[in-house]
Design a protein around this ligand. Structure first.
Ligand code: BTN
Length: 283
């Protein structure tokens, strides 16, 4: 364990008590804590295949093989961040609407961080939790969401999605990897004080539970667009990198999302609908 960091829970009975204290319908009602594991997404995927319950949460103090989007690694020193995965079995939601899950999860986390820490956290399409700022590239990343479905895991059972969430809580600058394209931030570095990981975790899980009830509802699109518009105003230029084209970027302005959560960008007066892309700068 890191020099100053205490375990998130000292025993399974403490984590059981925490789970009982949650004001939630489903998320976290079943919660398992691991001091160390390879990836909490792997734990949740295995639980899904074994018939695990909707809302089950797997949380770890340290991951040896944490993964991020596009095959990247997700590294964090032990005990400084929140690393967890939630198993969802969304009922009555068409599979093509599941593209909203990472946006919903990011929004739920950003809102909980705003309310709990008093900093203007937001989301960056499609899966980042950020703090917008003036310095290049236009934000500091506070966390990210990696959704893995039955489909991406090569499982014929289409009924589940695993939502993996990593939030930087108590890191200071020296705890982050040296060479990152966009310098990350943590709740501690942005508020100037160390945060209780348990208190932040409770705020995240309860808000995720609340927002999940909106999945499949048309109002979710309005809320996600409103959150993005808060910093992607019509004056802001987005620079985007398209998959498979690392040497080329396109520029445009935010023009909302389509019914499936795809990004709409106005590029030289023409609307492009992007299912997969990376916003590399906002200015
Ligand atoms: C990203 O920004 O690329 C997404 C990062 C998601 C990281 C979390 S940490 C908990 C869960 N387990 C993993 O292996 N990944 C996700």
């Amino acid at each position: 364990m890191n020099r100053k960091s205490a375990a998130l829970f000292s025993s399974q009975s403490e984590s059981n008590e925490f789970a009982r204290s949650l004001r939630a319908h489903a998320v976290g009602k079943q919660l398992q804590f691991f001091p160390v594991t390879e990836s909490t997404n792997d734990l949740a995927l295995a639980a899904a295949r074994a018939g695990g319950e909707h809302g089950a949460v797997f949380v770890a103090d340290h991951q040896h093989k944490g993964r991020g989007r596009r095959g990247r690694q997700w590294e964090s020193p032990p005990g400084l961040s929140l690393l967890f995965s939630v198993l969802l079995r969304p009922r009555g939601v068409e599979p093509e609407k599941l593209g909203w899950v990472p946006l919903l999860a990011g929004l739920a986390c950003a809102e909980a961080i705003r309310a709990h820490c008093g900093i203007p956290a937001g989301i960056k399409w499609p899966n980042d939790i950020v703090l917008p700022c003036k310095k290049v590239p236009g934000w500091r990343k506070l966390g990210g969401v990696l959704c893995e479905s039955a489909l991406s895991a090569g499982d014929p059972d289409p009924s589940y999605v695993v939502v993996g969430i990593g939030v930087n809580v108590n890191q200071s600058a020296r705890d982050f990897p040296k060479h990152t394209k966009a310098p990350p931030g943590s709740l501690r570095s942005e508020t100037g004080k160390s945060q209780s990981r348990q208190a932040v975790f409770k705020a995240l899980l309860e808000n995720l539970d609340r927002r999940l009830q909106q999945l499949g509802d048309a109002t979710l699109k309005d809320d996600v667009e409103a959150a993005l518009s808060r910093w992607w105003s019509p004056k802001k230029r987005l620079r985007l990198q398209l998959p498979g084209e690392p040497d080329r970027t396109i520029e445009g302005t935010f023009a909302g999302l389509d019914a499936f959560g795809r990004l709409r960008v106005s590029v030289a007066g023409k609307i492009e609908n992007l299912a997969d892309a990376e916003v590399v700068a906002v200015s």
